[in-house]
Design a binder for this molecule. Structure first.
Ligand SMILES: Cc1cc2nc3c(=O)[nH]c(=O)nc-3n(C[C@H](O)[C@H](O)[C@H](O)COP(=O)(O)OP(=O)(O)OC[C@H]3O[C@@H](n4cnc5c(N)ncnc54)[C@H](O)[C@@H]3O)c2cc1C
Length: 482
């Protein structure tokens, strides 16, 4: 039997043969960068990180790992907020950030072929001169990758009107855990995969547990002819929440409908000075888009609804610069938290829109009960909440309470008819909630589907399913070939 140190030495040499010296990181100090994603509560080092440049590299790495029975963990930018990139038992992290090209843009058929490590925002940047865009826009879009978006079926502020990643991905190439390269859905030459099962749809959202996505054919859409972007300023969260429901029930579907509460707007002001009133209880960013004709009257109706709910003021962006500033403020909100706390846990739950006032009141009560501050910035139009639980990891009781308060909030979301995740996935963080939302039969069916792609369960192991191991369960000697 091979010892784990022999396996490790052999592994390092074999990986270097494929991607070269500069494509392998296995020095423990350098590996620290990869010990967690944006969910920082659980950490563990991978055995090695590889940085392939081509699909062939990825396939060769996967084959070596299969031969040596080593876990593989696909990784993009590492912005996941649920620990879905954590190397729970070590293993080889296949990081696709060097595969980041926009390979081809086909304006005629409104699609683009990109490598999986291409940063989300780069796709729209590449096509905006032709008045086109790639619609899914996670707030992390200046860093996260299209491959990561496919794995998480990511959403974003414009999900309300445009849908999530699965609605905008036509097809993709994926390397299976045994090294075989397969294509799902529409092919780059236009071949349509219209017979048989929709495996494209089945793989999107698999949290990296089916294989490593290497190239993606994304749908491009025409940029809206016009925008009307408003900032509603409210005395409290309840009034803003009621306005969200009223706008949708009036038959208006904004491109985006985002809420920020007082604590987060104060943090944003301290960091960037966008001119938010510091005493407002909540603000709504409401973006109407579409044909120019009709936008004005929709905006008037929205302003009236804001006023009926007691809005103190509704500002309308008068220039593209003002509109961009509003979005910058929203998309930099998480970054501003550094002004408030050394650490924060971003929660992600969903409630029916009509239950927003109730869940926001519950979050306030939790904040008081645990003595932890909880600013909120979220996709209100989707009922997708993101309480940001502030804590200081130097105090173990604060870490414990941050986890407990997050769990209380998610339990409440489920009780109110929602779910324990909207868009950040299960990862390691929410494994315990799977059994609360799904029956054993449901979970067995999901496990069976995974087995089709990864019979050995080696690809991104110990995620999503109840009974998965946690970092603390493993002694170092088991860190390879679990
Ligand atoms: C500030 C901030 C704001 C955010 N806002 C949003 C938001 O608005 N909406 C939203 O949905 N999410 C949001 N997120 C979460 C996160 O950005 C998304 O889940 C994103 O899709 C992750 O992409 P990534 O490239 O960073 O992937 P990673 O974090 O590296 O990986 C995420 C998962 O995808 C898998 N994976 C990565 N690349 C591949 C690949 N090539 N092939 C197969 N599997 C792969 C990994 O194994 C892991 O399971 C936010 C995160 C942050 C930090």
């Amino acid at each position: 039997m091979t010892s784990s140190s022999n396996v490790k030495a052999d592994l390092g040499a074999r990986l270097r043969e494929i991607v070269g010296d500069d494509g392998v990181i296995d020095n423990p100090k350098e590996l620290l960068v990869y010990e967690c994603d944006a969910y920082t509560i659980e950490k563990n080092l991978p055995t090695a990180v590889v940085l392939p440049r081509t699909t062939e590299d990825v396939a060769a790495v996967a084959k070596v790992c299969a031969e040596l029975n080593v876990p593989i963990i696909p990784r993009g930018a590492g912005t996941s907020l649920s620990g879905s990139v954590l190397a729970v038992t070590g293993g080889v992290m296949i990081t696709v950030t060097r595969m980041n090209r926009v390979i081809d843009i086909d304006y005629r058929n409104r699609r683009a072929l990109v490598e999986a490590g291409c940063v989300n925002a780069w796709v729209t940047n590449a096509v905006k001169a032709q008045w086109m865009l790639y619609a899914p826009d996670p707030s992390s879009q200046s860093a996260c990758t299209i491959g990561g978006n496919v794995a998480m079926n990511s959403g974003g502020p414009h999900t309300l009107k445009y849908g999530v990643t699965t609605n905008h991905v036509l097809g993709f190439e994926m390397v299976l855990p045994d090294g075989e390269v397969v294509w799902f859905g529409t092919t780059p030459d236009g071949g349509e995969d219209i017979e048989g099962y929709d495996l494209r749809g089945a793989v999107i959202g698999c949290e990296g547990m089916f294989g490593i996505v290497t190239r993606v054919l994304v749908r491009l859409i025409r940029a809206p002819q016009g925008y009307k972007t408003l900032l509603g300023i409210f005395e409290n969260v309840d009034a803003a929440s009621e306005t969200v429901s009223d706008i949708i029930s009036a038959g208006i579907i904004p491109g985006a409908l985002e809420m920020m509460d007082q604590l987060i707007t104060q943090a944003i002001e301290a960091a960037y000075k966008f001119g938010f009133p510091l005493d407002a209880g909540a603000v709504l960013i409401i973006e109407l888009d579409g044909l120019q004709a009709g936008l004005e009257s929709q905006a008037e109706r929205v302003i009236a609804l804001c006023k009926e709910n007691g809005a103190r003021e509704v500002r309308v962006a008068q220039t593209e610069q003002q509109r961009m500033d509003l979005w910058k403020s929203r998309k930099r909100a998480f970054g501003a938290i550094g002004r408030l706390s050394p650490n924060f846990l971003t929660q992600d739950g969903v409630v029916p829109r009509s239950k927003l006032p109730e869940i926001m009141r519950f979050i306030r009560k939790c904040s008081e009960k645990y003595g932890l501050r909880i600013p909120n910035v979220f996709h209100a139009g989707d009922g997708n909440i993101h309480p940001l639980i502030l804590y200081d990891e130097r105090f173990p009781e604060q870490v414990r309470d941050a986890i407990a308060v997050g769990n209380d909030i998610l339990e409440k979301c489920i009780e109110l008819g929602g779910s324990a995740t909207g868009e950040h996935g299960i990862g390691v963080e929410k494994i315990d909630f799977m059994a609360k939302q799904f029956t054993k039969d449901d979970l067995d069916a999901m496990r069976a589907l995974r087995t089709v792609f990864d019979p050995q369960g080696r690809c991104n192991p110990h995620k999503m399913f109840p009974g998965s191991k946690r970092c603390g369960d493993f002694a170092p000697k088991k860190q390879i070939a679990c």
